[in-house]
Write a protein that binds this ligand. Structure first.
Ligand SMILES: Cc1ncc(COP(=O)(O)O)c(C=O)c1O
Length: 405
């Protein structure tokens, strides 16, 4: 889905070349709060007249330079030193655009508190490299879904975002209510009626240290994109998983949705290298944890079983399904439900197993470590719980926010 054209956004790089006036002028374009001067959003377009902001390099081999100390490695011959191009602002923009042309991406809109507005050209969806989110992983994120032009369960996701901010010692800047407004407005500007919203909080730029730099401004970023794509066969034939060899994160890190997803990435790669769909973490006590970016649950003799949330991410989808369990019991989908430690051996004897999450919704797992789960085919409870969730995503009372396109 293409983002709407002609909107008062930042950085629609395809626009006509701006006049000198336009590149420098501040215009009142959008009521988006945060970041740059309030109510004023600078119109920033890709252009060959992009101002040259790059710092000048120190001069090389100038005769008046102090001679190098004896221990300093010899200066490479200037022909070698000249091999890397020294880029100016306009070159950088062209390179970023070329990068995006070489590798097609589908991102509808991006808000950055550092830019103080929204861009729709992926070449302009950038962060300063010295932001601590980039080089130290000092940042958090969360993801909510857009379904039929409405945002599903945003407040549950924002509450978890605030908890993650606190455990990461990140300042909630802008405050939660303003983040909520920015998210809704960015979704509106994207024009997307189906997709995902992912948003991040960073400790900001300013140094390559560990602790935030002096005067660092927290960064808040929002991306509207189509969402993660899972094959239809996950739902029709079921998924195959393995117990990962990657150690589960200790509870502090597992319950915080930080940008440190290395174990989660490695477990998915490990499974895919073995021709499987995903992995499952097991904790040091031998209890089931979660998947790479989803929770895992079981059904045994009609009872829905979910691991406790003290050592895994508190999944908004699982939490919502647990709220909907009494209704599922009335409909005869399950007889009961329990949230407790689930030992690996018990889990493997379950009748049904499923992944649950905002991106995957509810997907049946039919094989684990080469062993069939139940009949080895998608089970009725997983299918029915997917329906329960989908109904809630489309009509859930108090769970949907209308996007003001
Ligand atoms: C590690 C992990 N566990 C569980 C989940 C499921 O959470 P949610 O239902 O909020 O998407 C996610 C997804 O965000 C995740 O990354």
């Amino acid at each position: 889905m293409a983002a709407p054209r002609g909107r008062p956004l930042l950085g629609q790089a395809q626009g006509p070349a701006p006049t000198d006036d336009e590149t420098t002028r501040g215009e009142t374009l959008s009521p988006l709060p945060g970041g740059a001067p309030r109510g004023k959003i600078g119109l920033f377009r890709a252009s060959s007249r992009f101002p040259d902001l790059s710092p000048r390099p120190p001069p090389r081999n100038r005769p008046e330079e102090t001679p190098p100390l004896a221990s300093t490695p010899p200066t490479p011959p200037s022909s070698d030193a000249q091999k890397l191009p020294l880029l100016q602002g306009a070159d950088v923009l062209r390179k970023l655009e070329a990068l995006r042309r070489r590798q097609e991406v589908r991102y509808y809109a991006f808000y950055s508190s550092q830019l103080g507005g929204v861009v729709t050209d992926p070449a302009l969806m950038v962060l300063p490299f010295d932001d601590h989110l980039v080089h130290r992983g000092h940042g958090i994120f969360d993801t909510a879904a857009i379904v039929e032009g409405k945002i599903y369960d945003l407040d549950a996701h924002l509450d978890r975002f605030m908890r993650s901010a606190e455990s990461s010692k990140l300042k909630a800047d802008p405050p939660k209510e303003e983040m909520r407004r920015i998210i809704i407005q960015t979704a509106a500007l994207s024009g997307a009626r189906e997709g995902s919203i992912r948003y991040w909080l960073s400790s900001g730029p300013g140094s390559l240290e560990l602790s935030p730099a002096k005067g660092a401004e927290a960064g808040f970023f929002v991306m509207i994109f189509p969402g993660l794509a899972y094959p239809e066969s996950y739902y029709t034939q079921g998924m195959k998983v393995m117990t990962t060899t990657c150690p589960i994160k200790p509870p502090l890190y597992a319950t915080t949705k930080s940008t440190n997803y290395l174990p989660n990435v490695l477990m998915q790669l490990e499974a895919r290298e073995r021709g499987l769909d995903n992995g499952v973490f097991v904790d040091p006590a031998g209890n089931v944890g979660e998947g790479s970016n989803m929770n895992v649950a079981f059904v045994k003799e009609g009872v829905f079983l979910h691991p406790k949330f003290d050592h895994i991410l508190s999944g908004c989808t699982s939490k919502r399904l647990l709220e909907l369990m009494p209704g599922a019991m009335r409909r005869g989908i399950v007889k009961d439900f329990q949230v407790r430690d689930i030992p690996l051996a018990e889990a493997k004897r379950s009748d049904e197993m499923m992944f649950i999450g905002s991106s995957i919704n509810v997907a049946p797992i039919v094989e684990w470590d080469g062993q069939k789960i139940g009949t080895g085919r998608p089970g009725p409870a997983a299918r029915a719980l997917l329906e329960v969730l989908k109904e809630d995503m489309k009509g859930g009372k108090d769970r949907l926010i209308e996007i003001p396109y």
